[in-house]
Design a protein around this ligand. Structure first.
Ligand code: XIL
Length: 621
């Protein structure tokens, strides 16, 4: 059957072809063209009175495509015709991306709905948009089992081959010089790596792929010819099958320039196995690879964990492509949830894109992609996100410990500033901070904000309130007094005399009262002694306990009183205690937190007293 006549050439085709052959690479946007267009747009917007010239800060941040093209790659988006009438949408599509792919308008059902009747209006509109915005176009797609008009499936085997070659000759011929690449064959494989049945495979076996590639090369000798599929991003049966096919085609000299990895990912599935290594093995066969349809969907509603996974996946896909020399670029399958195919295809799923359905950028997602694209700042005017989840992780009578969730930033967070009651009290490089030197039993309000290297500050976090525990001589009715009976600070024994005094106006039960004498030492085991106590040594239990890594206080002598009661104003009288290491080696007591040198009983705020587990006297180290 003779080839159907080529469709009419469109106005502007020759211009764009000339521009392409004039040397601009397919995915490097011409900066002068873009700048001139941007300037024009700005001027006309000003004239129309619709925009104030306030967008300086945003304008200074480099676009995704500028970041990618600085590394010799493109960053693109799918788009569709209905969307091209949405000016808020096209403003971002035309400025942020250096490449576009028509989501539907070059598919078989769009270009040849009836046999031999070719329509290019919608595909042309996408090519025109690209031309006006200095963008390259990926042609998508010539041979695919889906969105295929039913007339194709009713043909005989011979007719099918002829119809396929005619379709390719016409469509690729029409767009010759307009698209830098074609997804010649889309989705040829089943998940298990066998060839997918389709009118093409059923008619010709796997040879249809060879015929299609040859027909495409004949129709547009300059276009890069791709095979494109999903679930081949990582190692697995399907990607192995694609790999074997590519190796075979290359060996046979079939025209093939690249493999497209759709990358329709979902947070509920694991990240593709060794994606970078997988891309690399394909390019090692001597061809390009591209991420052609990236999105990362999730089951709705979104929560923090799903979003975190999504951030991680977007970042890792981008990194994988950046790390592989012949990964030529990344196309997202539309940039906004407003026009994403996901909700219509995967019931209950969505939020898959970098911009939300109100066209607002998702900052943390974009940050992850930008950083993976190599954004290092310099022109950084974007503040980090506000720290989240500020919480109190501990408090003593004189300190409050805080922790929060890390902020994200397009370049990187460098530090956090902590504010107490509106006043900056310190900074942290990590996500935790302890504010010390506070009064006991006092309530404060804390907020935290993040800074990046360019000193852009986030808005402040939500406030959290914290109350220091009572301690010192104030709130508790029991106090600890101490005198040292230990002149030598470097011998093998720590000794002390303690007494408790009831400073309250009523009797105080002593059952369960715990005293802590903190010291620094690293031995494994100790022996403790009560040498004498006016209330009787048998009413005391004593041992040495570990206390983390507190300075001068990683151990403490723990004394628990089993019973009795202390009248208002009364004292327990002297309690003489002593401890040594099991191996009798010497201590260095000079730096011990609780040690004092007074020879007569005096209030001891560095010795702790706990009632029902709560600090009732002293300051915890
Ligand atoms: C999708 C389009 O985005 C939808 O609008 C359409 O209804 C179905 O096809 N893999 C592909 C793309 O290669 O062509 C598909 O695009 C998404 C999956």
């Amino acid at each position: 059957m003779p080839l159907a006549p080529l469709g009419p050439r469109r106005t502007g085709h020759a211009d764009r072809r000339a521009r392409r052959s004039a040397g601009s690479t397919p995915f490097t946007m011409s900066r002068p063209v873009r700048a001139a267009l941007a300037a024009l747009a700005a001027v006309s917007a000003l004239l129309a009175g619709s925009v104030l010239p306030v967008a300086e800060a945003a304008a200074a941040t480099r676009t995704l495509h500028e970041l990618a093209s600085a590394k010799g790659k493109f960053f693109g988006s799918a788009t569709d015709n209905s969307e091209l009438n949405d000016t808020a949408y096209t403003a971002v599509l035309g400025s942020e991306f250096g490449q576009i792919t028509p989501g539907n308008s070059m598919k078989w059902d769009a270009t040849e709905p009836a046999r031999g009747q070719f329509t290019y209006t919608r595909g042309d509109a996408v090519v025109d948009f690209a031309g006006q915005h200095g963008q390259s176009v990926r042609g998508h797609t010539l041979v695919w089992h889906s969105q295929l008009p039913s007339w194709v499936s009713s043909l005989s085997a011979d007719q099918t081959r002829s119809a396929m070659e005619t379709h390719i000759a016409n469509v690729a011929g029409h767009y010759q010089g307009e698209v830098y690449a074609w997804d010649v064959v889309n989705e040829p494989f089943n998940e298990d790596g066998t060839f997918r049945s389709s009118p093409f495979h059923d008619a010709m076996g796997k040879e249809y792929i060879t015929y299609a590639l040859r027909a495409a090369r004949a129709a547009d000798p300059d276009a890069k010819l791709y095979l494109n599929d999903y679930n081949i991003e990582g190692f697995g049966a399907k990607s192995n099958a694609m790999y074997d096919l590519v190796r075979e085609l290359k060996a046979e000299g079939v025209p093939l320039d690249g493999v497209g990895f759709q990358a329709h990912l979902a947070v509920q599935y694991g990240f593709p196995d060794r994606m970078q290594e997988n891309l690399q093995r394909f390019t090692d066969l001597g061809l390009d690879v591209a991420i052609t349809e990236l999105d990362v969907r999730m089951r709705l509603p979104q929560d923090a964990a799903k979003y975190q996974t999504q951030i991680d996946y977007y970042g890792r896909v981008t990194q994988a492509c950046m790390a592989v020399a012949r990964c030529v670029g990344i196309t997202i399958w539309d940039y906004t949830d407003q026009y994403s195919w996901v909700p219509g295809t995967f019931g209950g799923e969505g939020n898959a894109c970098l911009w939300d359905d109100g066209l607002q950028p998702k900052t943390a997602l974009l940050d992850a992609v930008r950083v993976a694209l190599g954004h290092t700042g310099g022109d950084d005017t974007e503040p980090p996100s506000a720290p989240g989840g500020l919480r109190v992780t501990g408090s003593t009578s004189s300190s409050v410990s805080l922790a929060w969730t890390a902020s994200t930033d397009d370049v990187g967070v460098t530090s956090y500033e902590v504010y107490r009651d509106g006043v900056r009290v310190g900074s942290a490089s990590g996500t935790a901070f302890t504010n010390s030197g506070l009064s006991a039993a006092t309530t404060h309000s804390y907020r935290v904000r993040a800074l990046d290297a360019a000193s852009n500050a986030s808005t402040q976090s939500e406030a959290v309130s914290a109350t220091t525990s009572s301690g010192g001589t104030g709130a508790g009715s029991l106090k600890v007094q101490y005198k040292t009976s230990d002149i030598n600070a470097t011998d093998n024994t720590i000794r002390m005399s303690l007494q408790l005094v009831n400073t309250g106006s009523s009797a105080q039960g002593l059952s369960g009262v715990e005293i802590r004498y903190w010291f620094a030492d690293s031995a494994g085991s100790y022996t403790t002694w009560c040498d004498w106590a006016q209330l009787g040594c048998p009413s005391l239990t004593h041992s040495v306990a570990a206390n983390g890594s507190a300075t001068g206080a990683d151990r403490y002598l723990k004394v628990i009183i089993s019973g009795g009661s202390l009248a208002a104003g009364a004292s327990t009288g002297e309690i003489q205690l002593r401890l040594h290491k099991s191996d009798w080696s010497n201590f260095n007591e000079a730096d011990d937190y609780s040690r004092g040198t007074k020879a007569a009983f005096a209030d001891a705020p560095t010795i702790g007293l706990y009632m029902n587990g709560a600090l009732a006297w002293g300051t915890q180290p």
